[in-house]
Design a protein around this ligand. Structure first.
Ligand code: SAM
Length: 180
């Protein structure tokens, strides 16, 4: 099945906290604007954003995604298979705080979308795998701003990133570029 068909079907499922088509468009824009090839995603759920990203990468592009909940990861694998993207997306099942240090690959983008109060921990565990000029895309930074003050302070004021907030009605995303 086409990735687009799988995405539309997932969008129609009730009560799934997926990034969705509106914020998803900003995610795809960032993938294209920064010429992204390799993506590390934290928080797979059932694979919506991984499929969205992978279907917008160049032919050789890859997504490595981490999900703590085995049942969600199983559904993600099934959706990825249905979308015909098994050779582009690798799902790791486990707590990102344990799995991230075990991944030894360089990425052009990190997409943060798991526990909102852990974004800074996820970033600290993975920023050594992010290329210079690479981009960190963080979801839910308006809705859950109260849980991620430390993260926003770090990407906006540490001097390691240039960071841009994009308001998307009731929520927002933060797009941060690694300077060195
Ligand atoms: C908002 S959902 C992700 C949505 C997905 N990125 C999308 O847009 O389709 C957050 C996911 O992060 C997972 N999660 C929460 N804490 C985690 C952790 N420490 N490690 C890995 N995954 C985690 C949850 O189980 C949940 O499936």
């Amino acid at each position: 099945m086409e990735a687009e068909t799988v995405l539309r079907r997932i969008e129609g499922l009730p009560n799934r906290p997926i990034i969705g088509p509106v914020k998803g468009k900003h995610l795809v824009d960032a993938v294209k604007r920064f010429d992204v090839n390799t993506v590390l995603e934290v928080g797979t759920l059932i694979g919506y954003s991984a499929i969205l990203i992978a279907s917008n990468l160049p032919h050789e592009g890859r997504v490595v995604t981490v999900e703590v909940d085995p049942e969600s990861a199983r559904l993600a694998e099934a959706n990825i298979r249905e979308a015909g993207l098994t050779d582009k997306i690798e799902v790791h099942v486990g707590d990102a705080l344990i799995v991230l240090p075990q991944i030894n690959v360089t990425f052009d983008m990190i997409f943060l979308d798991a526990a909102k109060d852990k974004y800074l921990e996820y970033l600290k565990l993975s920023e050594n795998k992010l290329s210079s000029g690479g981009v960190v895309f963080a979801d839910n930074v308006k809705m859950y701003a109260h849980e991620m003050h430390d993260y926003l302070e770090y990407v906006r004021n540490s001097g390691r990133y240039t960071s841009e907030y994009i308001d998307v009605t009731t929520d927002g995303v933060e797009v941060s570029t690694k300077l060195f």
